[in-house]
Design a protein. Sequence first.
Length: 183
Amino acid sequence: MIPSSSKLLFRPVTQSDLPMILAWRNSDHVRLHMPHQEWITPERHERWFQSVVQSEQHHYWLFGPLGSEAPIGLAHLKNHSPKDRCAESGLYIADPGWRQQGWGLAAYQDVLSFGFQELSLLWVYAHILQTNVVSLAFHSKLGFQTDGPLLQKMKTPEPPPQALRMVLLRAQLHQIKPQEKME
Ligand SMILES: CC(C)(COP(=O)(O)OP(=O)(O)OC[C@H]1O[C@@H](n2cnc3c(N)ncnc32)[C@H](O)[C@@H]1OP(=O)(O)O)[C@@H](O)C(=O)NCCC(=O)NCCS
């Protein structure tokens, strides 16, 4: 199952994508914005791929502008719990040259809509570094909230050190029009 989009092409990760994704994930442009900042070895990367490639619990997709061959980023819904109807969401755009043009927002809306509609999720959560003001603003823009008393009751894993948990209820997803910059 793959998110559908009027602006972007999503596709699953394949073995041949691994060197590109490893280079992206280890680059300072991505690594330094993540709660887990350690350098990832090729062996660990391969283990990650084997653990997610046919898993029903973890969904990873490469995405890029429709009509362009090269993907620009990676998005996920992982740790999907059908029982609790929740999953952990996230995404990055690898090359900063593609950022701040609306692509991240468009891709995340597609991924979240997929989660709520196709996976029947009731909420998603994201772990975000406290210092990642861009990601905090990005998530807030889509309706994510930092935990309040109600959200404390939802069972999700504790965020890593220095990270915050933000939660988005299905009914609270903001629909934002694509930016003109993306045309
Ligand atoms: C977070 C990220 C995915 C945003 O993608 P993007 O395509 O640049 O974001 P968009 O252009 O769609 O912007 C959407 C909103 O995000 C926020 N945002 C994006 N860039 C921002 C910046 N440099 N400063 C402040 N807010 C910013 C704003 O709220 C923006 O809305 P606005 O344009 O109306 O102000 C991208 O910056 C990225 O990949 N960062 C590195 C990895 C990362 O932090 N991922 C999230 C880990 S939890």
